[in-house]
Design a protein around this ligand. Structure first.
Ligand code: AMP
Length: 493
């Protein structure tokens, strides 16, 4: 009996190992597994199993990941460029919760979309509310726009946000269950110049980040009126080709026929090639709107193509939809971001009729693309001064000195945990600082500091009061790099 139990358990463990190979990489975990499969005592087995569970928990949930310090310069660069562009184009920052009532997303994004049908992280709170992690940002921002009466503000109201979004999708390269977006939304204007300006903004963000080979894919889905007629035509066409569609698309024919146009299955692509195109079925108003956007894009010399199969996965879009694609000339192109008009969403959620347009940039994909093309990441200013201390009293004084220098804009490195002066100086050497400050027992008592100029090798002792000025003098008042200048140069490139 015991043998049989071990066998079953061994099977379970193997299954776990196959499912989560990274989880059992550590030697400790492997030993735990060995222990589990060897032991015949139920109690011991249980103990080992708990241990194994703990090992498995030493990683984030599937499809989620840590963004480690080594990658942060890329993220910093995006955040800086996004904030800079938001300022230039008059966007105010908004932060909405990562969790909203689930119905907000269901109502906005719509049944029959992959996001609502398959990808939402929905759960009931202890209080019984049905909530969801946000699978995109527009719905939360639209909710906030209505809730806070932003309709009384002078139009357009421009809002931007950055943060995580969650989709329970199959994880693969460039597709995570937690990913980060930078979102820009404009409320209260229906003029097509706003559509073009948003596309221009998207272009400036990605090119300022050093990305080349950018191409916009644009399409118009029309307003509810012309879209309805187009959709009927589309359904009739796909009905006639139903046998050639994949199983999913056969279902989509009932729930969301537009999505058949962007199915990735070869046979569906072939059928979609000959499908009626929305741009041919636009009502006069939508046609003029789309024509004007294209004229603006031509005027701006922005690289775009009309993609009649671009429908995007959210059903609130009307008129303009667009995506930003990047990648090799020949190789695979990836979507770095996308957006479109949603002139009826605010009304649909209970607000007054408000034209709106927005776009979301996939920050994870932008980082991957920046790395691929060796784009410049943000370089943190490096400390040019090192503070060393020797003895108990000096150690106590050094925290205050450290803060005083930082408050005055001087970046200081230290290694307070180390006792010996020699080992601290070794760290200073490794960092290549220009000045080392030394506080010993005598200096601590006298309220002074030794300043060692590492370039000339000279040293002097100054009082604590005069320290900041003395250090600044040596550094020639040149301690802070101007971030905005750095950005200006890049954009100009
Ligand atoms: P969407 O809201 O689907 O239009 O997504 C906007 C952008 O976010 C896309 O163009 C991608 O760059 C990025 N994105 C969407 N889904 C994911 C995902 N699962 N993982 C990483 N990035 C994503």
């Amino acid at each position: 009996m015991a043998q049989k139990k071990v066998k079953i358990f061994k099977k379970q463990v193997t299954k776990k190992m196959e499912k989560k190979p990274t989880a059992i990489k550590s030697a400790k975990a492997i030993n735990t597994v060995k222990k589990i499969v060897k032991t015949t005592s139920a109690k011991k087995r249980e103990k080992a199993r708990v241990q194994l569970e703990e090992e498995i928990l030493m990683q984030p949930p599937r499809g989620m990941r840590d963004l480690l310090p080594g990658d942060q310069p890329y993220w910093d660069q995006i955040r800086r460029v996004v904030s800079r562009m938001a300022l230039e184009y008059g966007f105010g920052r908004i932060d909405t919760p990562a969790v909203e009532y689930a119905n907000l997303f269901i109502r906005s994004i719509g049944d029959g979309t992959d996001i609502v049908d398959k990808e939402m992280y929905i759960f009931n709170t202890k209080g019984g509310d049905k909530v969801s992690l946000r699978p995109e940002m527009t719905a939360g921002i639209a909710r906030a726009y209505i809730q806070h009466g932003m309709n009384v503000l002078s139009k357009p109201v421009k809002l931007f946000a950055t943060g995580p979004v969650y989709r329970y999708d199959r994880p693969q390269e460039g597709r995570y269950r937690e990913h980060f977006q930078a979102e820009f939304d404009v409320f209260g204007e229906q003029d097509p110049i706003l559509d073009a300006q948003l596309i221009q903004l998207a272009h400036r963000v990605v090119t300022s980040l050093g990305l080349k080979n950018i191409q916009f894919q644009v399409n118009s889905l029309g307003c509810p009126k012309c879209r309805k007629e187009y959709q009927e035509l589309l359904v009739a066409y796909f009905e006639s080709k139903k046998q050639k569609l994949c199983l999913n698309c056969k279902k989509r024919l009932e729930t969301n026929p537009l999505r058949i146009l962007d199915c990735k299955e070869d046979k569906c692509i072939q059928v979609a090639e000959m499908a009626p195109q929305s741009v041919d079925r636009l009502c006069p108003e939508c046609r003029v709107h789309f024509k004007n956007i294209l004229e603006y894009l031509d005027e701006l010399d922005l690289p775009y193509v009309i993609n009649p199969r671009l429908v995007r996965g959210l059903s609130y879009y009307t008129k303009t939809v667009f995506e930003i694609w990047s990648g090799d000339e020949e190789g695979k192109k990836h979507s770095l971001g996308g957006g479109g008009r949603y002139d009826y969403l605010i009304e649909q959620l209970g607000g007054e009729r408000t034209s709106a347009i927005g776009f979301a940039l996939g920050m994870d994909r932008v980082v991957a693309e920046m790395k691929r093309v060796h784009a410049k990441s943000y370089t943190q200013p490096r400390p040019r001064v090192f503070l060393a201390q020797l003895g108990d009293l000096a150690k106590k004084k050094s925290l205050r000195i450290f803060a005083e220098l930082q408050k005055n804009g001087i970046l200081v490195a230290e290694s307070f945990g180390r006792g010996s002066l020699k080992s601290q100086l070794r760290v200073a050497d490794r960092l290549g600082v220009e000045i080392t400050l030394i506080v010993g027992q005598k200096e601590a008592l006298d309220e002074t500091v030794i300043i060692k100029d590492m370039t000339s090798g000279t040293q002097e002792t100054v009082t604590n009061e005069k320290l900041v000025n003395a250090v600044k003098k040596i550094l020639k008042n040149n301690v802070v790099v101007s971030h905005s200048d750095e950005l200006k140069t890049q954009d100009a490139e």
